[in-house]
Design a protein around this ligand. Structure first.
Ligand code: GDP
Length: 315
């Protein structure tokens, strides 16, 4: 593959595909626009869960069993926190803590989020260009039957229990899409890929940035999404629950409808083959394959097929 591939990604689901992409797209040609709507300040530390999931995946540090955070993690910080009767609702492993401390320190020295993220990626031996969606803060708010909740309060503290009525993204009015992402989009990229991330809380914060959708559409590259919904279910996380509570079709059709005004193609799982004709009737091309990424080769296969499909969508 020659030319830049811009991939929009959330955390764990997105990071799986991004890891596959890193085997197919050379070095900094892989430009990853990470959601930062989940970011928050906890105990004075700036925590960026989606960026860190991508950094951990690309540096081989992800914990595959737990499904989040770093492998071989230790928990001395949390047990000391418990002894001190500090807040325990948000787990921070000792290695993870080092990331948050370094990031917070660099931000305090007036480095931008992109500089900080690039610096961390470099220290971790990552060649791809990992970027925050914006250098400006945006905070996802989940509107629920238990009131408006900051994203991590909904996701971690309340374990996605409250019923969702909608979302807003505080700061979007003033937040600009990150400039290197915009530059790449203006430099004739090869493809734009929307990873199989949660459409509402991982991808929408990126798309809602002022000027982002126009920049994606004007890039002249095929835009292809990979469905995070397979057989009417999410592999992990609240995407399907959110779709149901929002009254959407909990299937790949709901995903197709969500991205209809943006994408040229949608990669769907073989389990959803019978829904492909309806997606094509919506003006979206489809590619069917096994999309559950259980191991590294599954991640690479999905990345390769998605990029080939994007080239087919060009014509
Ligand atoms: P988060 O920010 O950590 O919640 O992660 P993302 O938003 O990036 O990813 C969550 C989504 O990834 C969920 O909706 C899952 O269904 C989806 N997902 C996770 N693993 C896979 C997989 O192997 N294949 C596909 N197609 N989707 C996946």
């Amino acid at each position: 593959m020659s030319g830049a591939v811009v991939t929009l990604s959330g955390g764990v689901g997105g990071a799986k595909l991004v890891l596959g992409m890193s085997y197919v797209v050379a070095g900094r040609e892989l430009v990853v626009a990470c959601n930062t709507g989940d970011d928050f300040t906890h105990l004075g530390l700036r925590v960026c869960p989606d960026i860190d999931s991508v950094l951990y995946a690309l540096s081989g540090l992800s914990d595959q069993t737990r499904g989040w955070g770093r492998k071989d993690e230790s928990w001395t910080f949390m047990s000391a926190m418990k002894d001190l009767q500090g807040p325990e609702w948000f787990n921070v492993g000792d290695g993870d803590l080092a990331m948050h401390v370094l990031r917070t320190d660099m931000l305090a020295q007036n480095k931008t989020m992109a500089e900080v993220t690039g610096n961390l990626a470099l220290r971790m031996g990552i060649e791809a260009d990992i970027l925050p969606m914006s250098d400006d803060p945006v905070a996802t708010i989940v509107h629920t039957d238990a009131g408006d909740l900051a994203f991590q309060h909904y996701f971690v503290r309340e374990q996605c229990g409250p019923r969702v009525a909608g979302f807003s993204f505080d700061g979007t009015e003033n937040a600009k899409p990150q400039s290197q992402i915009v530059d790449t989009l203006q430099s004739d990229p090869e493809a734009i890929i929307i990873a199989p991330s949660n459409p509402y809380v991982s991808v929408d914060p990126i798309l809602q940035l002022k000027g982002m959708k126009a920049a994606l559409k004007n890039a002249g590259a095929p835009i292809v999404a990979v469905s995070p919904i397979i057989g009417g279910k999410a592999i992990k996380g609240p995407a399907a629950k959110m779709m149901q509570e929002l009254g959407k079709d909990v299937s790949v059709l709901g995903i197709a409808a969500h991205y209809q005004d943006l994408i040229d193609g949608l990669v769907i799982d073989v389990q959803d083959a019978e829904l492909a004709p309806q997606i094509r009737e919506m003006g979206i091309k489809t590619h069917l394959m096994q999309t559950i990424m259980t191991d590294l080769s599954g991640r690479i296969e999905l990345a390769k097929a998605t990029l080939n499909f994007a080239q087919e969508c060009r014509t």
